[in-house]
Design a protein around this ligand. Structure first.
Ligand code: FAD
Length: 419
């Protein structure tokens, strides 16, 4: 067993939060070592470049004021409004399909938007979003279905568990804006920028964190021990919930309860590549199938459709396995859009974040009664152990890349203040 000399700061995780923390410390003249379990940067930012850049994890910069722009703009990285060519504030062109047929009812999009607005601006006592939705929808079962599916996708949530008050408060707190952007060369260019000048050790999973008043000792897979004056943990909630890494002594009750009370949501991405863009124009095609939402990705030369499914439906799709999920997606698209779906098909890929061992879920949501949990999860322990990562965002920017960046910057400021 080897034992290195003490490091100043060690950061666990080379995702957006960990790398942003490392950059902030570097600016303050403090050297941080980043330990990463995977063999790549970015965590839940992961781009497939086989045909054209297609995002298997985070896809959009959500918001014209997102913290992400701090890094994108000075580096001159190109980011385009999404959908391509859309003017700011211009309405999305959503289409809906049920039981394999495109719906032609022109009032549906408006009814869905109105109901969504009512649900997400709720101000009453704590209750579940599913419950609220049913009471607000009245007899409009169709609008309720598409709002429920939409929320399941956006929030990665089981709407029967999702807190209606937390959802509306989080949306009200959002200062990042509501426009969406794609990074043209791929989202994975961002972690590369964030890692500039930072030492990252790959394939280095931390298995145990022994924290004390003065310093922290980390055990990594393979048995190596490292010590640091201060440590920032950015491990995703799903991994913390699985009991990894082990904390010695155990975490205090408030922290442990926060880990248990918050929910790690589920998302599957089903990417289908085609030799031509055979579909009619739409921003989102929303369905009641196995795959809940489709949108166009890729380029004119390498068109693809992104099938996005969140909440319990994501687990159902993932349970089919790679081949059957691709087949299911093709079949559903074929029913809705015609035979070209099959004849133009080149290749497909299912990405299931819930079985990814270093994520064990897609992103977090706030269940009923867990309103305090993010603050408890974010709170430092002793002057030595600090917490960041999207789950710790208390400003409404949870479940996003810019939110993760902000939590990393917050944790770095806490590290500096504790010296
Ligand atoms: C399918 C999907 C779609 C999304 N879409 C968007 C979007 O469009 N826009 C947006 O803004 N956000 C989106 N998100 C959310 C966004 O990706 C995350 O909020 C953000 O990337 C999280 O960053 P993080 O640093 O907190 O965590 P992560 O990126 O998960 O980084 C944590 C790192 O810790 C590592 N790790 C875990 N355990 C250990 C261990 N024991 N030892 C060492 N390392 C460890 C992991 O490998 C990982 O690299 C999406 C996420 C998913 C999954």
């Amino acid at each position: 067993m080897t034992h290195e000399l003490e490091h100043d700061v060690i950061i666990i995780g080379a995702g957006a939060a960990g790398l942003a923390a490392a950059q902030q410390l570097k600016t303050a003249g403090v050297k941080a070592l980043v330990l990463e379990a995977r063999s790549r940067l970015g965590g839940r930012i992961w781009t497939d470049h086989t045909y054209a850049p297609v995002e298997l994890g985070a896809e959009f910069i959500h918001g014209e004021h997102a913290a992400t722009w701090q890094f994108i703009e000075p580096a001159g990285l190109e980011a385009e409004t999404w959908p391509r060519g859309r003017q700011k504030g211009q309405a999305y062109r959503n289409r809906f399909a049920r039981q394999g047929r495109l719906l032609t009812d022109d009032t549906l999009a408006g009814r869905v938007d109105d109901l969504f607005e009512q649900v997400t601006t709720y101000t009453g006592p704590e209750r579940s979003t599913g419950d609220l939705l049913l009471s607000l929808a009245g007899s409009d079962e169709e609008a309720a279905l598409f709002v429920a599916n939409g929320l399941a996708c956006m929030e990665a949530a089981e709407v029967a568990r999702l807190s209606a008050s937390a959802l509306s408060q989080e949306r009200a707190l959002n200062t990042a804006g509501w426009e969406n952007y794609h990074i043209t060369a791929g989202y994975d260019t961002l972690p590369v920028l964030l890692a500039e000048g930072i030492e990252v050790r790959f394939d280095t999973a931390v298995t145990q964190i022994e924290w004390k008043e003065r310093g922290v000792q980390l055990a990594v897979q393979g048995g190596q021990l490292l010590t640091a004056r201060q440590v920032i943990v950015t491990v995703p909630l799903g991994v913390l919930q699985s009991g990894r890494p082990r904390f010695l002594p155990g975490l205090p009750p408030a922290k442990q309860q926060a880990i248990e009370h918050l929910a790690m949501g589920h998302v599957t991405k089903l990417v289908l590549h085609f030799n031509q863009a055979f579909w009619p124009e739409f921003t989102f095609l929303r369905t009641d199938g196995f795959v809940l939402t489709w949108w166009p990705v890729g380029t004119a030369a390498a068109p693809a459709l992104m099938g996005y499914t969140g909440g319990p439906a994501a687990l159902k799709l993932a349970a089919l396995g790679q081949e059957s999920a691709v087949e299911q997606g093709l079949q559903e698209l074929g029913q809705i859009l015609g035979n070209k779906a099959r004849s133009a098909f080149i290749a497909g890929r299912l990405v299931d974040w819930s079985t990814d061992p270093w994520s064990l879920g897609a992103y977090t949501y706030t269940p009923v009664g867990a309103g305090q949990a993010r603050a408890d999860l974010a709170a430092p322990l002793a002057p030595t152990l600090f917490f960041a990562g999207e789950a710790t965002a208390t400003n409404g920017h949870l479940a996003t890349v810019h939110g993760a960046i902000e939590t990393g910057q917050r944790a770095a400021a806490e590290v500096l203040a504790a010296r």
